[in-house]
Design a protein around this ligand. Structure first.
Ligand SMILES: Cc1cc2nc3c(=O)[nH]c(=O)nc-3n(C[C@H](O)[C@H](O)[C@H](O)COP(=O)(O)O)c2cc1C
Length: 278
């Protein structure tokens, strides 16, 4: 990564669909060497691997390594209220969708001794929050809310973003967000390292009660979100954010359609029991 001056953000670089990297790929092919990038990837194997033993890796080094290796991560921009009603807004990238039945998301809070996270406290006490998805046009405003300010500071004012009332939870949602999820606390799990009773993280599961999606980002048909229109921002390690590059579609393989090919690869052209089912 170069560290010199950066070119301006290219707001015109739109997400578009392309072919997949190896459109000719067949079952059993492994990695095909059909492009200079793929050939280089294969060549790089010769450089070998470096291995970190997590038990022997200091915490800051683990953080640096894992947040850069496990990415890009989606970001939950969480709006919550303290027990006495002070609004709070902060981004969290230890975030994922857990299930759609019930509709669950997870957010995880890293806790340094003596430094509680207001969002965690608010969710623990009020059991409500909203998760908002950040899009490119207002990323700086969202990033500003990660400021390490005292609890009485309202990050909404720091960011200049706009509160929009929620329907079933008290914390507002972010009006600038194209996707806002009204959540109730489903599970609150403090996490201690093995052999310790010091809480270093809290995993929160939230059940989504309402999803608000801007009409302008809906895909044709209106039942899903179009990535080109959403322009979501994700998190990598350090201070790095990522945007979507191009996308491609790959169908999920169907056993019914490919079983003969797979049995052929296994040297059992007639299937495991001598005949393949259809
Ligand atoms: C993009 C981004 C992602 C972050 N992800 C997390 C996270 O997953 N967990 C966490 O504990 N802190 C995370 N942080 C740090 C919190 O946002 C930061 O500590 C914030 O001040 C917490 O606010 P609060 O105390 O008002 O809840 C992240 C910061 C940024 C900028």
């Amino acid at each position: 990564m170069s560290s010199g001056p950066r070119p301006p953000f290219d707001a015109t670089a739109l997400f578009k669909y392309t072919e997949s990297p190896n459109p000719e790929w067949k079952f059993g092919d492994g990695m095909t060497l059909n492009s200079p990038q793929a050939k280089q990837w294969k060549e790089d194997e010769k450089l070998g691997w470096r291995t970190w033993d997590m038990d022997e890796t200091p915490k800051p080094a683990r953080y640096q390594l894992l947040t850069s290796a496990i990415g890009p991560r989606p970001i939950a921009f969480v709006s919550s209220l303290s027990a006495d009603g002070v609004p709070n807004l902060a981004p969290f990238s230890y975030f994922s969708m857990v299930a759609h039945d019930p509709p669950l998301i997870s957010v995880s809070f890293s806790l340094a001794p003596g430094k509680p996270k207001d969002t965690r406290e608010n969710i623990r006490l009020t059991k409500e929050f909203t998760v908002n998805i950040i899009s490119e046009p207002w990323i700086e405003a969202a990033n500003a809310t990660a400021i390490d300010s005292p609890p009485e500071i309202d990050e909404w004012i720091v960011s200049g973003l706009t509160k929009e009332p929620s329907e079933v939870v008290k914390p507002p949602r972010v009006k600038e967000s194209a996707v806002s999820l009204e959540c109730e606390l489903f599970h609150f799990q403090d996490i201690c390292p093995p052999g310790s009773d010091l809480v270093t993280n809290t995993l929160v599961l939230g059940i989504i009660k309402k999803a608000h999606i801007r009409n302008a980002v809906l895909a044709e048909g209106g039942n899903s979100v179009d990535p080109e229109k959403l322009r979501p921002v994700a998190r990598f390690g350090g201070q790095t954010y990522a945007r979507l590059g191009d996308g491609f579609e790959l169908p999920r393989p169907s056993w019914k359609r490919v079983q003969d090919v797979v049995y052929g690869l296994m040297g059992k052209p007639n299937g495991v029991n001598g005949h393949s089912s259809s």
